[in-house]
Design a protein around this ligand. Structure first.
Ligand code: PGA
Length: 252
């Protein structure tokens, strides 16, 4: 069964106090919720205090990134094992901001995915085209090459522990969300490619999230599409009220 998932990517927001407060508010609003899996991804430094707040709740903890090495002289690096020990279940890998600002390549993303899977974290692999790609008619080509690079050499059984996030770069933080038709068309393309590469079962069961200016006004229409299984939410996940609304919308 394909699971529904609503994930909040807090990006570089929240001090320790703010993170604890936001986590408490989200927990209070969503106690007992079971319409979708819920995930929040605070900055590294706030993982442990947030974990203390949510550990006995329905909300799971995720990280926004990891480094692929296990330990050693990698100043500022955070390993999968550290994330697990901090209470993480999930880790976002290959977010477009990591790619554009920090230089994450498909090759590095491939290694990070392997490290996450190896330690039992569920990676959320982010892919998506830039505006100039879409305008040049290259959306599917870009998605295909990001998937090929990120998943190179992956055996089929690894794919059952992964989530994919389709996030068109032009829609992230811009207020310009993809239309349900645009999003569905890319999600369908991703699922068809996964069918070709890994078979029907993997493709049918893999959760594919949409991300890019998701809010409580557009989430109903997006989730109504066949191949959209939930959301990766940035800005709107920083307010408990809108995160709750989006979560409830995903469970419809
Ligand atoms: P946004 O960010 O919802 O603020 O557009 C989404 C994301 O980058 O994951």
């Amino acid at each position: 069964m394909r699971k529904k998932l609503v994930a909040g990517n807090w990006k570089m927001n929240t001090t320790a106090d703010e993170a604890v407060k936001l986590a408490k508010e989200i927990k209070a609003r969503l106690t007992g919720f079971n319409g979708a899996e819920l995930l929040i991804c605070p900055p590294y430094i706030n993982l442990i205090p947030v974990h203390k707040v949510i550990e006995k709740s329905v909300i799971k903890l995720g990280s926004q990134d990891l480094y692929y090495e296990k330990s050693g002289a990698f100043t500022s690096g955070i390993s999968g094992e550290m994330l697990k020990s901090a209470g993480c279940h999930y880790v976002i890998v290959g977010h477009s901001e990591r790619r554009a600002i920090f230089g994450d390549t498909d090759e590095l993303i491939n290694k990070k995915l392997q490290a996450a899977l190896g330690i039992g974290l569920i990676p959320i692999l982010c892919i998506g085209e830039k505006l100039e790609d879409r305008e040049a008619g290259l959306t599917e080509k870009v998605i295909e090459s990001q998937l090929d690079g990120a998943l190179m050499g992956f055996p089929t059984d690894w794919m059952s522990n992964m989530v994919i996030g389709y996030e068109p770069v032009w829609a992230i933080g811009t207020g310009k969300t993809a239309t349900p038709e645009q999003a569905e068309s890319s999600h369908k393309f991703i699922r068809e490619k996964l069918t070709r590469d890994f078979g029907n079962q993997v493709a049918d069961e893999l959760t594919i999230l949409y991300g890019g200016s998701v809010n409580s006004d557009n989430s109903d229409a997006l989730i109504a599409e066949n191949n959209i299984d939930g959301f990766l939410v940035g800005g709107a996940s920083l307010k408990a009220e809108s995160f709750e609304k989006i979560a409830r919308s995903a469970s419809k």
